[in-house]
Design a protein around this ligand. Structure first.
Ligand SMILES: N[C@@H](CCC[C@H](N)C(=O)O)C(=O)O
Length: 295
């Protein structure tokens, strides 16, 4: 089967975007893996499918697959590219949309400067939502909130890392590090991703707090490895930093692929405020590719 695709990137987190508004392609996990492959396919951290609205009150359905072929609940940098794609392809005539994801409805809008802001919905703090197996473990109080001390191995000298747990629809374990360039992202990242306390695996964030309005962040993404930026990872890190008393309500997040701005109003009497994420969304090129037959 030969398909058309658009290659996009948001702060260096890169995507293959598929227009499935007229017909669903029904790709297999192996075909998603092929598209994401950087030598044999197009190359991407995630594959984003644009599908028709599944219900009234939304404009589209947004389906996300990681490079490993697994479907996931949410992707923040992808949400900005999704909005840029549907707008530039004329699939919507407005500068904003309501988009159904597995994690709920999000609302991206294009700003006059070309960047895209997404209302990502409210973060969830119940560890069970990730899910996280807390049996035999108690949280450690930090600021007005808590971290969980995770042992990365069974030996007496295995590292123990304090992580804050946040769901942005997808699961995040965020730790604070003194220097993000020296952080053990590629060694600890896979251990945290596959830790037995996270039955659905987890995205592992490493955040350096520069000051109350600036952080530097690297993320080891579930199903993709380290990426140049992770939008939901930036939301989760800032929300965690605010709840731990380390950050103000508007924070610039410097990633290896670009700058994201995250705003969060905290916990109000009505519940957790929605998280707003602003950043770039860029079309790189378009093309056609022959997909291998797949079981
Ligand atoms: N790159 C994304 C997150 C993609 C999904 C993630 N790897 C997961 O498995 O939850 C972003 O920008 O949020």
């Amino acid at each position: 089967m030969r398909i058309r695709f658009t290659k996009m990137q948001g702060a260096g987190n890169d995507f293959v975007v598929l227009d499935e508004t007229r017909a669903t392609l029904d790709l297999t996990a192996a075909q998603y893996r092929f598209l994401a492959h950087r030598q044999f396919g197009v190359g991407a951290d995630q594959i984003l499918s644009v599908r028709p609205a599944p219900a009234q009150g939304v404009d589209f359905e947004y389906v996300i697959h990681n490079a490993d072929g697994g479907e996931v609940e949410q992707c923040g940098n992808g949400a900005r590219c999704f909005m840029r794609f549907v707008h530039d392809k004329g699939l919507i005539r407005r500068d904003s949309a309501r988009v159904q994801t597995l994690a709920g409805v999000i609302e991206p809008r294009i700003n006059p400067d070309g960047r895209v802001t997404v209302d990502m919905g409210a973060p969830v703090f119940d560890p069970a939502a990730l899910p996280f197996d807390r049996s035999g473990l108690s949280p450690v109080k930090e600021g007005e909130w808590e971290t969980w001390h995770l042992a990365l191995g069974a030996n007496a000298d295995s590292p123990i890392v304090p992580v804050a747990l946040v769901s942005m629809g997808n699961p995040h374990a965020v730790q604070e590090v003194p220097d993000v360039d020296a952080a053990p992202v590629r060694t600890q990242g896979p251990l945290i991703e596959h830790h037995s306390r996270f039955p659905n695996r987890v995205n592992a964030g490493f955040m350096q707090v520069v000051d109350r309005g600036n952080v530097r962040l690297r993320v080891w993404e579930r199903g993709a490895g380290e990426t140049l930026a992770c939008g939901t990872g930036a939301c989760a890190a800032v929300v965690a930093g605010i709840r731990l008393g380390r950050l103000d309500h508007r924070v610039d997040v410097t990633t290896r692929g670009g700058l994201l701005t995250i705003e969060w109003g905290g916990i109000t009497p009505e519940g957790a405020a929605p998280v707003l994420m602003t950043g770039p969304a860029v079309t790189v090129f378009e093309g056609e590719i022959e997909l291998p037959d797949s079981p």
